[in-house]
Design a protein. Sequence first.
Length: 503
Amino acid sequence: MDATNRTKASTTPIVLCSADLDSVDGHLTTDRELRQPETDCACADERVVTSPPRYEDTTLVSATPALHIDDLPGSYKLVSSPRSQAGVVVLNQSAWTIFTQFHQPAPLNSVAAMGGSAREVAKRMVELGILQPAGQPLVTERALSETLTVWLHVTNECNLRCDYCFVSKTPDEMDFERGKQAIDAVARSAVRNGFRRIKLKYAGGEATLNFPLVVALHQYAGDLAARHGLKLEGIVLSNGVAIGSRVIRALRASGIRLMISLDGIGEHHDTHRRFANGHGSFSRVARALDRLAQHGIKPSISITLSRRNLSGLAATVEYLLERELPFTINFYRENDCSASFSDLAYHDEQIIASMREAFAVIARRLPPYSLLGALLDRARLDTPHDYPCGVGRSYMVIDHHGGVAKCHMEIERTVTSVVVEDPLRLIREDREGVQNPAVAEKAGCRECAWRYWCAGGCPLLTYRVTGRYDVKSPNCRIYQTLFPEVVRLEGLRLLKYSGLAGG
């Protein structure tokens, strides 16, 4: 930004949020995979929506309670409300001066005397949720998921033996007839329960070991979805070691997306993800990523952190940012298969330090897309939500025999099967397996200002550590420590890609 524009920016009130970058050519990608990377979990896509406030020019207005405020370079201010859909808001000094007029309740039009657009700026702050009419509590509604997400377990076989995996490997795989039954059951539940979209996560084991079935089932699902007026998307969850030209051509032709697990560079990946003979798999995954790039395919990358690979996280993030690959960072969750590997468990301080090293890399190489939904395990800071995932609500897991479970980490505990009329109804009614209460029902979460970002964390992890589902996550301290730092990265990104950095 040149000197003239900087001077203008310092005197004209500026209020900027993530959505504003949509209109800045070349700065906010429209690539869906970059804007919300895929995960191997049941996505949190039910939202808490705040109703627009009612106000007039004479309405008393004050700063919204529990705001997070931070200083940014160039005398800018970051203001964020964890209950607002606006996420991170950046103000320049002129806008901040207007905002501070409402530390105590004051009529909205009281800033008119400041001249210019002050009143309109204040109104925008109300619309973005950082100011609110005094004495008018926020009215929230729940926007239910419109997507039924299904983990389709097409094979129990895998070419790797990852230490943290929750699947007991066998040579068994799904056949086409059983797969069609599964797709039929998904469509029935989607229609009966009012969903508009179906997302199929083709998984295993290693899904590419049964890839012809994946392609055939996706074509069948596409025809069925079209007949029912449903939208369909598919994604293959893969370890990336068997992504050859045949798979790449099929991905391009079918429109199926791809998620690859990459836990580090070199030994930091190989410490988790090895072949049955003990050899590491990083070189094969790196070769697959290069091959995919040559064909214009950008897979989502899933990073799983344990104590073993924490020291390599910063280098991994730099590797992915250099290649403009979307990624999510997930924390290791102990399961029955991995419990014997005691060196996987991490301590809070270890993971906080590692994450801060990665954040420093991101701050130097800020991407044009938001990372609010990608950086902190199952937490999503890009939209308020009541539930950490769709388990028990908008998610099903179908194993290779046609059994239906609530969570992929409980795949061996099936609740029903694909032959019933509405398997999702039985999943929702089940009270024996994993339970997924709303964050307001969890002790230690109800009064937390950040509760709508993590929604209390993974229920299975919480239960394994505490024996209860209705308490806060064991990762709570990690979340609370790092949330402000993730928000700050978004503020820096807004400055950079709006052209305000250095102003």
